[in-house]
Structures are given as C-alpha cells and as structure tokens.
Design a protein around this ligand. Structure first.
Ligand SMILES: Cc1ncc(COP(=O)(O)O)c(C=O)c1O
Length: 407
C-alpha cells in the first residue's frame, strides 16, 4: 500500500501534463444582442449615480394584462407546475391556430402549431432544422441580430438582404431575386420590422414568393410585431397561395401582451418541420411551463382591449417622436408603420452613429442603440425604442437636441 501510493505520488509530481479544457469553436461564431450590452452599461452608470433614460431595450413598458396574469396565477394554484407536452398544451395550440387562421385568412391546424419559450427559440431551431454547412440563408439587414448569429452557429452562410430606407425600410424584390441561389435553404423575413418599424408591401411579398418558390428554400416569417401597426397592413408571405406549406409563421406573447418575462411564443410550422422542431425543443427545454401556456390561452381568447390601448399609446408616442427627431438638424427619420422603434438616419451629423450612441449614453444619459448592432446596412442610423413614457421621450429629445447642438 505504502509502496503504491509512493508511485502514484511520484507520477503526479513528475510526469503529469496539464491539459487545458477549451471552449467549442462553434460558440465563437455566436453573436449577441447589442440591446443587452448597452443595458448593462447603462445600469453601471446608474449604479454610480447617473440618471439614464432607457430607449435601448425592445420591451413594452406596460404590465401584462391583469386577466392574463390572473390566469397564470390560478394555473399555478391549480397545480399546473409540472412537465407537459413538448409541442405545447393542446388548448394553447388550438387557440394559437385559431388566432393565426383568423388573422391570415388561412386554415391552420392545431397539430401544425408548436409552442416554445418565446419566439426566439424558433429562430434558432428553424435555422438548425433547415441549414447546415454550405447552405445559404437570406436575412434582413438591418435586422434582429439573432438571425445572423444562428446562421453562423449552424455553419451556414449568412446572406444579408439590404432594407432600403427609400422603400420604407422594406427590401427590393429584384435584389432578393438576385440573392437566391440553389444553395438558399432559408429566407427570413420580418414585418413589422425590428429595428426599423418597416412593413413589407403585399405586392413585394407576392414577387418574393414567386422567386422563393423557384428555390428549395423554406421561409421564416417573423411576425412578433404583427398586432402593433399604425394605419398600415403588415401582410404575411404565408398568406400568398402556396407559401404556408414552406413557411414557419412565428408569433409570440412578449410584444403584443407585454409578456417578455413569461417566455412564451408559438409558430405555425410546415408538417415536415414539426418533428425536427419538437426534437430540438425536447433536447433543450423539454416544454414551456404549463401555467405560462394557460396565461397565453387567456391572452389569445380573452378581451383584447389592453392590446388596443397599448397600440394607441405607442402611436401617440410615435407621433410625438418622429417629428421631434426630424426637428433636430442633421437627423432624418421616416415614420415607422409598426413595432415600436424609430430608426433615424444621422449620417449628416459630424459623428459616426456608433460614437454618437456611445457619447449620448456617457455624456447625455440617453441609452439607445447604434444601427450597426443590426447589420452593416444600419450603420448610419440609431435605433430608438419608444416603448417608454412620453415624458421620458420628451426629456430624451431635449438631451439629444442639446448634445447635437453642442457638436
Ligand atoms: C424581430 C424579433 N423577433 C423575435 C424576438 C424575440 O421575442 P421573444 O421575447 O418572444 O423571444 C424579438 C425580440 O426583441 C424581435 O424583435
């Protein structure tokens, strides 16, 4: 015994090579969300006593409607706190299928609707379920940064589709046609759009659909802002005949019902993608908490007046913000048709937009995002979330105006 332990000790002191564990290469390909990074910086400034107006994060500053929260609480009290079906509770899949069928004028079956922890997992999982190395994914630029991140993680090639300010931040269908190849596996569209508030005209969707149908591409139509529009329609490509069969139609509760923290989203999914997506969900999160899903049923099937009044209030803010931005010399902002973001062009100011965003936070106490957080084509812009009170917006405009005057 004594002899053996001596050997072991001698080995460990003289011969052992230390091998360092390493992080997987794929993780290095993941991007991030600028909004969370700026929020962290703003919080640090606040901790040191500075006053910061938050226009960086994309979440409604409204409470979850009371009847929805109460449904969730009642479900917890009723013991709905265990594992449940990975695809989602049948009652929520039915409610979501009915909601999507009504709004899109389509017949969407409950078995083609899946539920996940927010809309975000569907972005990631749809990319993983449809793309691999050497495949191409066309996605909007500027666009929600998770699209490009997921594509890079899958080892596929991200192909940015420029959004054109002169087209109300929609894409040019001729440009889309040129970007499609036989390697395109997925086309991601988003309307109303983050970060620009743009919507896609119906005619452009028809042209896009005709071009996509000539390729083997699936479509991911991210419609999480579909209920937040101001006097304009935000049509869905899935409603173009023949497109539902190849489209993942994505919606959620975060924006429409101010439920960002409930982590609840759903999607209508082509039949061939149901099983792959269910596998990705069961391998990652198993299921969405049933009490959150039952709150979701109350949101979809209960009174909708909270949504109506939220959209009316967001419109009031937009109607203040856009002219106020345009009144600042060197700033040009088109009117967003939906969502709750303004995307002013600041190319005429003497500072690049990235530096402007940094200095507005550090020197003026206004947290917002540089357009470059959303891709190369956003570089001359700022993104301002107007999911913040009118009083905050007024104070922010005053600070921005003063800062720009001082340049
Ligand atoms: C365009 C877009 N899609 C998806 C999401 C994710 O939403 P959820 O909170 O439902 O995951 C967001 C959130 O900001 C978004 O802006």
């Amino acid at each position: 015994m004594l002899f053996l332990s001596n050997v072991v000790r001698r080995r460990t002191t003289c011969r052992v090579e230390v091998v360092r564990p390493v992080v997987a290469e794929a993780v290095g390909r993941l991007g991030t969300e600028g909004a969370f990074a700026v929020l962290a910086r703003a919080r640090t400034l606040e901790a040191s006593g500075r006053d910061v107006i938050h226009l960086e994060i994309g979440e409604p500053d409204f409470e979850t409607p009371t009847h929805v929260a109460e449904a969730g609480i009642a479900a917890i009290r009723a013991g709905e706190t265990h594992y449940c079906q990975t695809a989602g509770l049948p009652v929520l899949r039915e409610a979501a299928a009915a909601s999507l069928s009504r709004s899109h004028g389509l017949a969407i079956a409950a078995e083609d609707v899946l539920v996940a922890n927010g809309a975000k997992p569907f972005l990631f999982f749809t990319v993983l379920a449809t793309c691999g190395p050497a495949d191409e994914v066309v996605y909007p630029d500027p666009g929600f940064p998770i699209y490009e991140s997921a594509v890079r993680f899958a080892g596929a090639e991200p192909v940015p589709l420029p959004l054109r300010e002169e087209r109300g931040f929609s894409f040019d269908p001729a440009e889309l046609e040129q970007l499609l190849t036989e390697r395109t596996r997925l086309v991601i569209l988003n309307a109303p759009q983050n970060p620009t508030g743009g919507v896609i005209p119906g005619d452009d969707l028809e042209r896009a659909a005709a071009a996509i149908r000539r390729t083997p591409a699936w479509v991911l139509s991210d419609e999480v802002y579909r209920r937040i529009t101001y006097d304009v329609d935000a049509p869905s490509i899935a409603a173009v005949p023949g497109m539902l069969e190849r489209s993942v139609v994505l919606d959620g509760f975060s924006k429409t019902f101010a439920m960002t923290g409930w982590r609840l989203g759903y999607a209508a999914v082509p039949a061939e993608l149901v099983d792959p997506l269910v596998r990705l969900i069961v391998n990652s999160t198993s299921c969405v908490p049933p009490f959150a899903q039952l709150a979701g049923v109350a949101a979809l099937e209960g009174p909708q007046d909270a949504v109506t009044s939220m959209v009316a209030e967001l419109r009031r803010r937009r109607d203040y913000l856009v002219p106020a931005l345009n009144a600042i010399p060197g700033v040009r902002c088109i009117e967003p048709g939906g969502a709750f973001y303004a995307f002013p062009n600041v190319a005429e100011l003497p500072l690049p937009a990235d530096e402007l965003a940094d200095r507005l936070l550090d020197e003026a106490g206004v947290a917002l995002l540089p357009g470059s957080s959303f891709g190369r084509h956003g570089a001359d812009h700022l993104r301002i979330s107007y999911a913040s009170s009118l009083a905050n917006l007024e104070e922010a405009i005053e600070r921005i105006h003063r800062f720009v005057d001082g340049l």
